[in-house]
Design a protein around this ligand. Structure first.
Ligand code: C5P
Length: 232
């Protein structure tokens, strides 16, 4: 049976992986896995249940991860993210949920509980998966791996612009602090830390536009999966 190709896009928070992954998946007609959304959904669930101490409630949080009732459905031409049939697409994007996600994501039992769910996204004709450990842990056999990076100042500026455009009141200094704190936790945790896979193409996007980033990824994918050029 032919192996279903996976393209992994890893990188730190607010680097534009999600946008790049969506554009690449759409160009190739591949499925999309936003793995950060899974950690964010679990984080939201724990916040709603008032489970705040990961050290004390570790086993319970891992059980919640294994039984997470989530779905992705189209809403107004975009993918809506649902927790127990409630559309929580906006709520999971808050910095509070993001910070909580990086705490629960540091728990080894949570990470292994979410593995099968992530593998289930590997469906024909192919998958684009974005996150922190897609190329290193979840899909080490991926056909093409990319690691996107940018300085934390640039990422904070981009996030600030994005939130201001949505009419939100933002403070760049606190955004930068949150980004740095989350990066620290993600890079320094014991399991599946944020790191580029040895065989990943590293792209620094400080001076690159989104279309240019997408173009570089597609070029890399076509080099790694030559057969793709004819069909997609
Ligand atoms: O990518 P996003 O910012 O939505 O991810 C939220 C948090 O989930 C990250 O800060 C990280 O701690 C965690 N995460 C992870 N592994 C992934 C994806 C996300 O640990 N593959």
């Amino acid at each position: 049976m032919a192996v279903i190709p996976v393209i992994t896009i890893d990188g730190p928070s607010a680097v534009g992986k999600g946008t790049a992954a969506r554009l690449v998946a759409s160009e190739l007609g591949f499925h999309l896995l936003d793995s950060g959304a899974l950690y964010r959904l679990l984080a939201l669930k724990t916040l709603r249940l008032g489970i705040l101490d990961a050290a004390v409630h570790g086993a319970g949080i891992a059980r919640l991860a294994a039984a997470l009732d989530i779905s992705f459905k189209p809403v107004d031409g975009r993918t809506g993210i649902f927790l127990e049939d409630e559309n929580v697409s906006d709520e999971i994007r808050t910095e509070r949920v993001g910070a909580r996600a990086s705490e629960v994501a540091a728990m080894p039992t949570v990470r292994s509980a979410l593995l099968d769910l992530q593998h289930a996204f590997r469906q024909s004709p192919g998958l684009v998966a974005d996150g922190r450990d897609m190329g290193t842990v979840v899909f080490p056999d991926a056909a093409a791996k990319v690691f996107i990076d940018a300085s934390s100042q640039i990422r904070a500026q981009r996030r600030c612009k994005e939130l201001s455009a949505k009419g939100k009141n933002v403070n760049i200094a606190s955004l930068l602090r949150e980004i740095n704190e989350r990066d620290d936790r993600d890079r320094n945790r014991k399991v599946a830390p944020l790191i580029a896979a040895g065989d990943a193409l590293v792209i620094n996007t400080d001076d690159l536009s989104i279309p240019k980033v997408k173009e570089k990824i597609i070029e890399h994918v076509r080099r790694c999966i030559p057969g793709l050029a004819a069909d997609n």
